[in-house]
Ligand binder design. Structure first.
Ligand code: UDP
Length: 246
């Protein structure tokens, strides 16, 4: 699979369908691993934190979640196949898992949210086997690992703790978890539970999902300011001659 380097993060140049096919191949082969979905905020954090960058790059799939990453790739002259939002990846993966009667565990979000998400997902994907849920506000990671394993494990574990907590959790506990594939999916459980609405299609098509989210949750402004900072660093890197041909 072709890798594309964006400021040190090694993205997989895949479409949504290719990403899900690859994930299913890995599950069928029983090869343990984890999926990360870096947006500009995560790439920005990885640029200044080599150990976090290494955790991200050790993933079996690194998906470009966010239009900012796609623009950065274009600026650097190393285009991706488009963006693969984590929530779209999760939705198609669950659809395919339901056809194959595969097992899923949901970890993360505030108490009650993962349970509500499980109820909704079970209705939407009847063949999907949800082995259990656990909220993301545990004191020690061990509690979460034990909860997953006590439920008999799963083929896939959605880890929705926000970045960088979820990436660190997946890389630290992959061996101890009785699961094949972990997927770090940020706030996806809130969307599946219906507690947070995804942006209308028009915003998604125009690449303005971030703007919709900002209007809904103005307190995210601090986090979102990392997007222009990230783009400036990409431009600086390009202008310094290190970024390759445009
Ligand atoms: N979260 C959690 N445990 C924590 C911190 C956060 O389960 O210790 C959850 C939080 O409730 C939310 C998700 O992690 O459901 C992070 O959502 P956010 O919108 O920050 O993620 P994004 O989608 O922007 O990556």
């Amino acid at each position: 699979m072709k890798k594309v380097d964006i400021m040190g993060v090694q993205f997989d140049a895949v479409t949504l369908t290719q990403a899900v096919d690859q994930a299913l191949d890995q599950i069928r082969a029983g090869k343990k691993g984890y999926v990360v979905t870096p947006n500009p905020e995560i790439v920005y954090a990885a640029m200044d934190d080599p150990s976090f960058c290494e955790i991200v790059n050790r993933a079996s799939l690194v998906l470009a979640d966010g239009i900012g990453v796609v623009y950065a790739a274009k600026i650097l002259g190393r285009p991706l196949q488009g963006r693969v939002p984590g929530i779209d990846f999760a939705s198609l993966l669950m659809h395919r898992m339901s056809q194959n009667k595969l097992r899923l565990f949901l970890l993360g979000a505030k108490p009650g949210v993962a349970q509500k998400a499980a109820e909704n997902l079970q209705k939407k994907y009847p063949g999907l086997l949800i082995t259990g849920t656990k909220d993301g506000y545990f004191k020690e990671d061990r509690e979460a690992v034990e909860a997953v394993n006590a439920a008999g494990g799963a083929d896939v574990l959605f880890v929705c703790l926000g970045a960088p907590k979820q990436e660190k959790f997946m890389s630290s506990h992959l061996d101890a978890l009785n699961v094949t594939l972990c997927c770090g999916l940020g706030g996806s459980l809130d969307v599946f539970a219906g507690t947070v609405q995804r942006a209308p299609d028009l915003f998604v098509k125009l690449g303005l999902e971030w703007f919709y989210r900002l209007c809904k949750e103005p307190r995210r402004i601090g986090r979102m300011m990392k997007l222009p900072k990230f783009m400036l660093r990409v431009l600086g890197y390009k202008l310094s001659g290190k970024g390759g041909k445009a």
